[in-house]
Ligand binder design. Structure first.
Ligand code: NAI
Length: 250
């Protein structure tokens, strides 16, 4: 009797909707068993898992709040049961937009804690495991706002700039162990995040500035993540790959 091949594990945070769901689907198609993370969106996470299994892939659900480092570690220890993590995609994120003069301490704190601290906790946990395995790859989902700044998004832009800086730093620290760390930086992507009424109003105007003349698709971000996780990107680390229709040529 032939042995059944064990698929490498990929953890995708915030995979109950939008870009995270597309990444989970794509990485499962690439041959990973996907750990579909959610916090409040259990129904959405189940829908992601259904889509993965209907397409012939394998996955499982995991719940934690990315802002809470002890709950991250407890949930992962229980779910992993000693299995190595081959890929981590830090995708969970929020935005709370307002002008800097009106931004509260709580709002700045919440966005930084979710987008930057959360990714830090997960990278710290996973990289320890990856160093032991001398293998692994990490992709952080940043944002154009983190590269250029964006009026009304001081907290969000700061959190995403931090994510890009952490990507470069960790890549330098763990390259010698065979671990690659990269980021993707989406522009305007059609997801529930763009349903924000404030953003919707401005979107038609913003799209006029996009050289490709349209918003992007979650699948197009997922394709970039897939490349960065793959052996084709074997000599790519510390890089931030823009997926923005040419809005900010880099
Ligand atoms: P989304 O709102 O559908 O996804 C965000 C995910 O993060 C959700 O699944 C949500 O449950 C999860 N999340 C939020 N707070 C959490 C917490 N405390 N603990 C655990 N999970 C939490 O939005 P979208 O657009 O799919 O965003 C995914 C990533 O892409 C985010 O990091 C976002 O900043 C980034 N992005 C999105 C762009 C867009 O145009 N949609 C542009 C640039 C970056």
């Amino acid at each position: 009797m032939g042995s059944v091949a064990v698929k490498p594990l990929a953890l995708i945070t915030g995979a109950s909707s939008g870009i995270g769901r597309a990444i989970a689907l794509r990485l499962s198609r690439d041959g990973y068993r996907v750990l579909i993370h959610f916090h409040s969106g259990e129904e959405g996470a189940r829908a992601t898992l259904d889509a993965v299994t209907s397409a012939g892939g394998e996955g499982e659900l995991i719940r934690f709040d990315v802002k809470d480092s002890s709950s991250i570690e407890a949930a992962l220890e229980k779910t992993l049961e000693g299995r190595p993590i081959a890929a981590l995609v830090n995708n969970a994120g929020i935005h709370e937009d307002t002008l800097a003069g009106l931004m509260t301490d709580e709002s700045f704190d919440r966005v930084m804690r979710t987008n930057a601290y959360g990714a830090f906790y997960l990278m710290r946990y996973c990289v320890r495991k990856m160093i032991r395995a001398r293998a692994g790859t990490i992709v952080n989902v940043a944002s154009l706002a983190g590269q250029t700044g964006n009026a009304g998004q001081m907290n969000y832009a700061a959190s995403k700039a931090a994510l890009i800086a952490m990507t470069k730093t960790l890549a330098m620290e763990v390259g010698s162990r065979g671990i690659r760390v990269n980021a993707v930086s989406p522009g305007f992507i059609e997801t529930p995040m763009l349903d924000d009424p404030q953003l919707k109003e401005r979107l038609a105007e913003l799209v006029k500035r996009v050289p490709l003349g349209r918003v992007g698709k979650s699948e197009e971000v997922a394709g970039a993540v897939s490349f960065l996780c793959s052996a084709d990107a074997g000599y790519v680390t510390g890089h931030t790959l823009s997926v923005n229709g040419g809005l900010f040529p880099s």
